[in-house]
Design a protein. Structure first.
Length: 108
């Protein structure tokens, strides 16, 4: 899994934005955003602002669900009922109906 800083840079580039563009979108100087992307340790409100500028969401994912969520995000497993080989030595979770079911300990 890539670092937070790498994820910021990758997402910005996927949106075809320069650091300057994103800084303008966020209302912060390019140098401030550049520091954040390179080494920053943002406050939660800054992180939420950056996520919004990147058309993204900040989420807390329970560790026991992290592998499945990462696999879906990377396209290694589908969200339908198709069969896939086990991922990281565990059976693929069922994601066909509601991929977030049980995420917060709630029942389906």
């Amino acid at each position: 899994m890539s670092t937070f800083h790498q994820q910021l840079k990758t997402r910005r580039k996927a949106l075809r934005l320069r650091q300057l563009d994103l800084g303008l979108r966020l209302g912060m100087p390019r140098q401030q955003y550049q520091r954040l992307e390179a080494q920053g340790n943002p406050r939660l409100d800054t992180l939420e602002l950056v996520a919004k500028g990147l058309n993204s969401e900040v989420m807390l994912i329970p560790r026991e669900k992290a592998v499945a969520v990462q696999a879906v995000l990377e396209g290694k497993i589908g969200t339908g009922s198709e069969s896939h080989a086990p991922f990281y030595g565990i059976d693929e979770p069922s994601l066909s109906d509601n991929p977030w079911a049980g995420l917060l300990g709630d029942e389906e």
